[in-house]
Design a protein around this ligand. Structure first.
Ligand code: DX5
Ligand code: ZN
Length: 224
């Protein structure tokens, strides 16, 4: 049995009721709060930035898992720290000095993560995997909630797991995009440690119950 972490994504929540959504996550069985920052340049959508994150942080009782889908993330590390990020994930596709950025995130007291798009090879993580706490495997093309899960993700999880073991890395595997009740057990069996869920949580009639259902599938699934 394995305790897979559940990270509801507030992207699919009603931003007019943001405090209520955070309070819902606080009292739920969720582990982290996933916050998707988009800039309209790296991805074709714009979401929110520092003022909204700071507001979320004021009420959050769980770590903020901040997923940056922005170009030049290295420019804003201090600002994201100030806004309350606990885990800060940058995309490999926008980082020409990834090692420096990762060190910068850790030096500021945050946990560094690296996200990779569906088309990006696991092998590109070879030289950085020992320095990071999280790999966010995108299981949809980043930019929007509610998209269809990409099946190739399962084989990427397996290859990533092997890389993590071979390098003696402590990195957790996070799956982001299209996670639902149909694929949750298979993802956990394949080796997922953290599951992000937007639409499955906030599109549900009872989001708290949906979180609990995801968490319980994790507690009842035997991992490999
Ligand atoms: C997509 C974001 C995801 C998104 C997931 O670019 O990174 O975190 O909120 O939403 P669902 O679970 O609806 O696919
Ligand atoms: Zn995300």
């Amino acid at each position: 049995m394995k305790n897979t972490l559940i990270a509801p994504s507030i992207l699919s929540s009603d931003f007019g009721k943001i405090y209520e959504s955070i309070e819902l996550i606080n009292r739920s069985e969720a582990d982290w709060i996933h916050c998707d920052v988009m800039d309209g340049r790296f991805v074709p959508n714009i979401t929110f930035g520092f003022p909204v994150l700071s507001a979320v942080k004021r009420v959050a009782q769980k770590p903020l898992d901040v997923h940056l889908m922005i170009v030049e993330p290295e420019k804003y590390l201090v600002d994201f720290k100030k806004a309350g990020a606990d885990i800060l994930t940058v995309h490999i596709e926008v980082s020409s000095h990834l090692h420096r950025t990762i060190n910068g995130i850790r030096d500021l007291g945050m946990s560094p993560g690296v996200a990779i798009n569906p088309h990006t090879s696991i092998e590109l993580l070879n030289e950085i995997i020992s320095d990071i706490d999280l790999v966010c495997l995108m299981s949809v093309n980043p930019g929007f909630g509610g998209q269809k899960f990409i099946e190739n993700t399962y084989s990427k999880i397996e290859r990533l797991k092997n890389l993590i073991i071979s390098k003696n890395s402590k990195a957790k595997i996070e799956i982001d995009g299209g996670v639902d009740f149909n694929n949750v057990s298979k993802l956990i069996k394949a080796g997922a440690d953290v599951l992000v869920a937007g639409n499955t949580v906030f599109g549900a009639k009872n989001p708290e119950e949906a979180i609990s259902k995801l968490k319980n599938s994790s507690l009842h699934t035997l991992s490999n």
